[in-house]
Design a protein around this ligand. Structure first.
Ligand SMILES: [Zn+2]
Ligand SMILES: [Zn+2]
Length: 254
């Protein structure tokens, strides 16, 4: 059985056929899906979906793209819906200096406030870090080591950064990019990090693994990513599925 630790089931790409998407995931032995909020509205929707579908869990948070206009009061609303039993993490939060849809100082402010809230609520965090490794690590270090601290999703850093994250209690999550021909660094990381620190994800509807690259991604495709990493590591599919599923269950308390 597999767990898709990062999907966006609330996005319009799934509005027409979500029932079928969930059914296909179950057929492919995906036992749980974590659907991740990017703002207050999508976080609310994530929690609703988790209430409707037994295999869906939710994370609530404000994405760095949505950091402009972030107000402290939104935190109160999110903290309230985070009380729902099926909310297993705070996220996604973090920094994105690649797209820079929000100015850096807005991103930093939203990130730090949410790290504090997640720490107070004892929830693991789901981190988005794109072209912002140094500042992300600095912020995480300020909050110190925590058991089950969280996950850096769509991991794009090197091994040295991964080691520092592990020391802080973090996991890293590998998306379908690992199936692309030219993804040398992601392949190196996916095959080299300790087995007990790795998770897998789709980031659906984005980042479909080969051979579906460019098409809509969905949780049923997460085993493709899992199989590729198992192959890179010289492990059986079963063994790798078992390990990453155990990691996800441990981190998110599922
Ligand atoms: Zn992200
Ligand atoms: Zn995401």
């Amino acid at each position: 059985m597999w767990i898709d630790t990062h999907a966006h089931l609330d996005m319009p790409e799934f509005s027409k056929d979500l029932n079928l998407v969930i059914e296909r995931a179950a057929e492919e032995r995906v036992q749980s899906i974590i659907t991740v909020g990017v703002d207050l509205k999508s976080s609310k929707r994530a929690v609703q979906l988790a209430e409707i579908y037994p295999l869906v869990y939710a994370a609530v948070g404000i994405h760095p793209h949505e950091a402009t206009g972030f107000v402290e009061v939104a935190l109160e609303d999110l903290a309230r819906i985070a009380q729902n039993q099926k909310v297993v993490a705070w996220g996604e939060i973090g920094l994105d200096f690649f797209k820079l849809y929000s100015p850096v100082q807005d991103q930093m402010r939203a990130f730090e406030a949410q790290l504090q809230m997640a720490t107070d609520l004892k929830l693991p965090v789901i981190i988005h870090d794109r072209d912002s490794h140094e500042d992300t690590l600095k912020a995480l270090k300020r909050f110190g080591r925590r058991d089950r601290a969280g996950v850096v999703h769509c991991y794009s850093g090197d091994m040295a950064l991964a080691q520092q994250l592990f020391a802080l209690g973090f996991f890293i999550s590998i998306p379908g990019i690992v199936t692309y021909k030219k993804a040398d660094l992601v392949k190196e990381i996916a095959s080299g990090v300790p087995l007990e620190r790795i998770l897998i994800e789709t980031d659906a509807p984005f980042l479909s693994p080969a051979p579906f690259r460019g098409k809509r991604n969905e949780p049923a495709f997460v085993p493709i990513t899992g199989r590729e990493i198992a192959r890179l590591r010289g492990l059986s599919e079963e063994k790798f599925a078992e390990a990453t599923t155990a990691n996800a269950k441990y981190l998110f308390g599922i």
